[in-house]
Design a protein around this ligand. Structure first.
Ligand SMILES: O=C(O)c1cc(=O)[nH]c(=O)n1[C@@H]1O[C@H](COP(=O)(O)O)[C@@H](O)[C@H]1O
Length: 234
């Protein structure tokens, strides 16, 4: 895998036009393009096909979290769109995760099966925020617990902050796809992200892919920013 293929660009924009302009600029500078709630809700599922038509692999990040039957159907629909990876929340429970895995298997061919990624604890939450929700164990323990549950349910990828990567890689083995947002090169601003590291540290600690939004999409020259990140992880 080439360094740039580890970069997932978060297309966190509100129009198809802005998203496709970014894909054109970043086509050979990133491996995957992430379509999240904002873009999907404003542009509709057609945006997935349009990004694919430009040659981009799509990560559909809608973070499904619902009863198993509803998640089964949502994952079935996403699988039919031919996305490369997609997210569900591990806190939806084992039955929900099993339903998601089954839906992907039953609605795609083996070589086009989406990687189901279980989101553990969001990178915007620190231990104080978790305590308030009622998760008293702290982020690190919760992430490990949820990730192990996900693996048992058949989920093959995990989303976590880069702070938990080392422990996750050790606990889950080399086969698990580890995707990490909360990436901040030294030259970028943290914004609302709390549990962050640099691209070089994330890769060193076992990340398979890094989700990067504002440090690339908010840069004056997004292609140059992506190139600087590739150079950093070489
Ligand atoms: O699932 C995600 O991609 C995700 C999980 C998480 O815990 N934290 C997180 O920031 N993300 C996403 O990663 C992207 C990060 O964007 P930036 O903070 O702009 O780099 C956003 O699209 C978030 O929705």
């Amino acid at each position: 895998m080439k360094p740039y293929e580890k970069i997932i660009v978060a297309l966190d924009v509100d129009t198809e036009k802005k998203a496709l302009a970014l894909v054109k600029k970043l086509k050979n500078k990133a491996g995957v393009f992430k379509i999240g709630k904002e873009l999907f809700t404003s542009a509709g599922p057609g945006i997935v096909k349009k990004v694919q038509k430009l040659g981009g692999k799509v990560f559909l990040d809608l973070k499904f979290h619902d009863i198993p039957n509803t998640v089964y159907k949502a994952v079935a629909s996403a699988s039919k769109l031919g996305v490369y990876m997609m997210t569900i929340h591990t806190s939806g429970g084992s039955e929900m995760m099993k339903a998601a895995v089954k839906a992907a298997e039953e609605n795609s061919t083996k070589n086009k099966r989406p990687i189901i990624l279980g989101v553990t604890i969001l990178t915007s939450l620190d231990d104080n925020a978790l305590d308030e929700i009622g998760y008293k164990q702290g982020a690190e323990k919760m992430v490990l617990h949820l990730a192990k549950m996900a693996k048992k349910a058949g989920v093959t990828g995990i989303v976590s902050s880069p702070k938990e990567l080392k422990k996750l890689r050790k606990a889950l083995g080399p086969g698990m796809v580890l995707v990490t947002p909360g990436i901040r090169p030294v030259w970028s601003a943290a914004g609302d992200q709390k549990r962050i590291t640099t691209p070089a540290d994330a890769v060193k600690n076992g990340a398979s892919f890094m989700v990067i939004g504002r440090p690339i999409t908010g840069a004056k020259d997004p292609a140059k920013a992506a190139q600087m990140i590739s150079d950093e992880i070489k």
